[in-house]
Design a protein around this ligand. Structure first.
Ligand code: PMT
Length: 411
């Protein structure tokens, strides 16, 4: 960060109280920091605190008070030229609307417009969960994302209203890490940068008794390759893994689960806050109706096992997702592959499904390679050649990036 010129835009939300700490962290890293504080922001954090930690005047109104010693009537332009990056944290629903509409009636909105086009703008919305998910806020976020701004979804947790949900601004340390990543790596150009991507991987196990279970041959390799590739592109990756023998990819948050019910519960926690949900897991479709506690005795020549259907994790997400979220699935088929995959795409309301077949040698379960056919909701179908699972994951993410761009400009 040494020598980088950073503008922090602060709007009127409770999370603004954390921003002097963000300014301090940046200064400690050697950055030059200037603050643009909206009128609402000034109600939550004092100008004096921000001026003290940034060692700079704080900019609020666009017009300087007349008669000041050194008047600079074009400060909004010089600030836009000066900045290497603009970070808006917290960004309120009001500021998102003003920025997306192109208003420029205070210093923050004016310098947003005068910022050089190649300079990154990182926007951290923070507000009540219902406000965040409202169609108007989501529309404004999509407009800003289509303009090239990186909009980082808020975190889930306790909100100022006392409720729990999505809406919290990430901690200053996390904002700093995202900014550093953005300034120092080519990742920043990926539409997945800063997006929260949930990946399910591996099999699930359904207990028959205390020592036996129903499962399948999934090794988790495909899902882990996707998680690794998404993290490399700057996504915030939550990897929900069934029982597999794989080490965690770097920069990925891993949640280990065993049964479908556990995978469902872990995934559901991200349904509201994630940008993308990728279901690469081979989830057990059924589970024993009444698993025994200990080890079952083998006294009988024949036993009957009653299975009941498990909930479909991906379908639950697909059928409740908002227009700005993407649902991606896999279909492992042994017959009528493409037709079945298309049926799953429609039934689960997916944006894309990756069809693979199981041949024990080159594709599907427990091998290092895969042959994917990508089918999008508009019918576009792309057949990929035989690739390593890492290679297939990269191609899948290339297609997903295109979908992200299309989604961002959807009316
Ligand atoms: O793990 P590997 O050994 O590398 O193998 C990779 C893979 C073959 C497991 C992977 O490429 C793959 O195809 N995963 C999906 C396997 C499958 O059988 O899916 P399905 O057709 O049953 O389900 C369709 C989609 O719904 C999948 O995205 C699945 O994750 C999801 N699903 C299914 C059932 C359920 N209860 N919940 C779900 O989320």
């Amino acid at each position: 960060m040494r020598g980088k010129n950073i503008i922090i835009g602060i709007c009127g939300g409770i999370a603004a109280y954390k921003t002097p700490q963000l300014v301090r962290l940046l200064k400690k890293r050697g950055a030059n920091v200037k603050v643009a504080l909206t009128e609402g922001g000034a109600r939550f954090v004092s100008e004096l605190a921000l001026a003290t930690v940034s060692e700079e005047p704080v900019y609020g109104r666009i017009f300087p008070p007349l008669g000041t010693e050194k008047m600079d009537f074009t400060r909004h332009i010089s600030l836009g030229e000066w900045a290497d990056a603009l970070v808006i944290a917290p960004a309120t629903a009001n500021t998102l609307a003003r920025l997306s509409a192109g208003l420029c009636d205070d210093m923050l909105s004016a310098l947003f417009i005068t910022l050089r086009p190649d300079k990154p703008v990182l926007i951290f919305p923070a507000m009540d969960g219902q406000m965040f998910l409202s169609p108007s806020v989501q529309r404004n976020i999509a407009t800003l994302a289509a303009q090239g701004c990186m909009v980082i979804n808020p975190e889930s947790g306790e909100l100022a209203s006392g409720q729990c949900g999505v809406g919290r601004m990430p901690e200053p340390e996390a904002i700093l890490a995202i900014l550093e990543e953005c300034l120092h790596s080519a990742k920043a150009s990926s539409p997945l940068f800063g997006k929260t991507v949930v990946v399910t991987a591996g099999p699930t196990r359904e207990k028959i008794d205390g020592v036996r279970f129903i499962s399948n041959y999934s090794s988790g390799k495909m899902g882990f390759a996707i998680a690794r590739a998404a993290a490399k592109r700057g996504a915030i990756v939550k990897l929900i893994a069934g029982p597999v023998h794989l080490s965690s990819p770097p920069d990925v948050e891993r949640l280990d689960v065993e049964s479908t019910a556990e995978m469902y519960a872990a995934a559901e926690g991200f349904f509201d806050s994630c940008d993308l949900f990728i279901g690469a897991a081979a989830v057990s479709d059924y589970r024993p109706a009444s698993p025994c506690k200990g080890k079952m005795k083998k006294d009988d020549e024949q036993i009957e096992l009653t299975l009941i259907k498990n909930p479909d994790i991906l379908a639950a997400f697909g059928l409740q997702k908002s227009p700005c979220q993407l649902a991606i699935g896999f279909a492992l088929e042994t017959q009528n592959g493409l037709d079945n995959a298309r049926k799953k795409l429609a039934e689960k309301n997916l944006d894309l499904i990756a069809f693979n077949f199981f041949d024990h040698k080159t594709s599907g379960f427990n091998v290092d390679t895969n042959i994917l056919t990508l089918i999008e909701s508009d019918g576009k179908t792309t057949e990929l050649p035989l690739l390593t699972k890492d290679g297939a994951a990269e191609k899948l993410l290339d297609a997903i990036e295109q979908l992200c761009l299309k989604n961002a400009i959807k009316p």
